[in-house]
Design a protein around this ligand. Structure first.
Ligand code: ADE
Length: 232
């Protein structure tokens, strides 16, 4: 997969995505990550990328033209273009699975108070990572690229590593434990050391359901629409 980020601050994305699993995925060629900086597409002496909003208001806005040109430099026919904004659709695991099937993703990262609204129609999707306001789209792009990269076949060494995990089945994951079997007086649940795979699976399912009901009742099975339910 190829990913390009249209950003004034490539280092905010490049550095965190150079470590650990995503860093290795880049080295091994599963993910090719590029950057297009609107500042490189300005023509004035000061390389201006922002200006005051019409109608007044605090802060500065990114101007449309440098963003447009930076996008044009990387956009291909097969590109899926995403603008990161707190006003967008909320990112979640099903969407990560969808995005992992794309050939080329382009993320447009707003900074300052955002981007001139006339840029919005250039994107296929406006995307938010949650109901809070970041200093820019870059940390959001990092989160989305991370979640998508680990779903690219081959990136995680165990082929089934993403099947039973949190959110994939609409449930939070059961708790995990590793050695020692007793740590500071706390023992690992006996089901997990029983060696009985059926018992372990049942225990995990029950834990996942209980945890989801407690921490995320909005995800709990009773609240979810049955799959394939007829639309009203
Ligand atoms: N830019 C600023 N805040 C954001 C958020 N919550 N999600 C995506 N992009 C953003």
């Amino acid at each position: 997969m190829r990913v390009d980020a249209v950003t004034l601050f490539p280092g905010m994305i490049d550095a965190p995505l150079s470590e650990s699993i995503v860093g290795r995925a880049r080295q091994e060629g599963f993910l090719e990550l590029g950057f297009s900086n609107p500042r490189d597409f300005t023509e004035d002496r000061h390389r201006t990328v922002d200006d005051k909003p019409y109608g007044g208001g605090t802060g500065m806005l990114m101007m449309a033209e440098p963003v447009y040109r930076a996008l044009k430099a990387v956009r291909k026919k097969s590109s899926f273009v995403i603008i990161l904004t707190p006003k967008g659709r909320r990112f979640d695991q099903p969407l990560a699975l969808e995005l992992a099937k794309k050939k080329h993703l382009v993320f447009i990262c707003g900074h300052y108070e955002g981007i001139d609204e006339r840029v919005t129609p250039l994107a296929d999707l406006e995307l938010s990572i949650g109901d809070y306001v970041l200093t820019g789209g870059e940390p959001a792009a990092v989160a989305v690229i991370d979640a998508v990269t680990r779903l690219i076949p081959g990136v995680l060494k165990k082929s089934d590593a993403t099947v039973n995990e949190t959110f994939t089945e609409g449930l939070l994951e059961a708790p995990h434990y590793t050695r020692p079997a007793v740590w500071r007086g706390k023992a690992v649940p006996q089901e997990l050391v029983s060696g009985n795979h059926k018992l372990i699976a049942e225990w995990r399912r029950a834990q996942a359901e209980a945890l989801t009901g407690k921490s995320r009742p909005d995800l709990a099975p009773a609240k979810r629409k049955p799959r394939g339910a007829a639309k009203k």
